[in-house]
Design a binder for this molecule. Structure first.
Ligand SMILES: [Fe+2]
Ligand SMILES: [Fe+2]
Length: 198
């Protein structure tokens, strides 16, 4: 991918103006993490950086606005996303990325769309952004970040880390007595049965 650095700077400026400071820091951390993970997974680092940078671009949009945007674009939602502010920014983000930044790369748009819930058979960029969002150093700290990168290098694949993310999410939802989407359980089972041997 040919990187247009002027465009990256403009996107950063937009994010800085439209996200909280904390979320902007997380976005920069996620972009850096996505680039590092891409290096390990032999993927286009600039493409991963861009996807990581903009994955949370819709995070500050009010729920009603996000719902309206998705309805207007006939966006298909899953797992009760329409009433969940925590996850609705992911599909809404794919629309904003297209409209606001002119992103047409379907893999980048899909990585944004699925960065919260994930899905079965994620492609490489979807996996990179999914993991980068969970391990980036701004929110998690450098030590945990480096440990996860080491694990990724050692296992040579992303599925072990993704499996751990699902296991953590399911445990945490059970602890908080919250509803678990059957899709989440399905993905966990798929990863357990098909990919994770140890
Ligand atoms: Fe997010
Ligand atoms: Fe995020």
């Amino acid at each position: 991918m040919n990187t247009d650095y002027t465009k990256i700077e403009k996107i950063k400026e937009w994010l800085k103006n439209n996200l909280t400071d904390e979320r902007y820091g997380h976005s920069l951390g996620c972009a850096d993490a996505a680039k590092e993970i891409a290096k390990i997974m032999n993927y286009d680092e600039d493409r991963a950086y861009l996807a990581g940078l903009i994955h949370d671009c819709a995070k500050s949009i009010p729920l009603d606005e996000a719902k309206h945007l998705l309805k207007e674009n006939n966006f298909e939602l899953v797992c009760g996303e329409e009433n969940n502010k925590k996850v609705l920014h992911a599909p809404a983000g794919a629309i904003i990325a297209k409209k606001e930044f002119g992103i047409t790369d379907e893999d980048i748009l899909s990585a944004i769309r699925w960065h919260t819930l994930g899905k079965s058979d994620m492609n490489t960029l979807e996996k990179i952004v999914f993991i980068a969002d969970k391990i980036e150093p701004f929110s998690r700290g450098e030590i945990e970040y480096k440990q996860k990168l080491q694990l990724l290098k050692k296992t040579g694949g992303a599925d072990k880390i993704i499996f751990d993310c699902y296991a953590y999410t399911i445990k945490s939802l059970v602890d908080r007595k919250m509803v678990i989407c059957p899709r989440t359980v399905e993905i966990y089972n798929d990863l357990l049965l098909n990919n994770i041997k140890n």
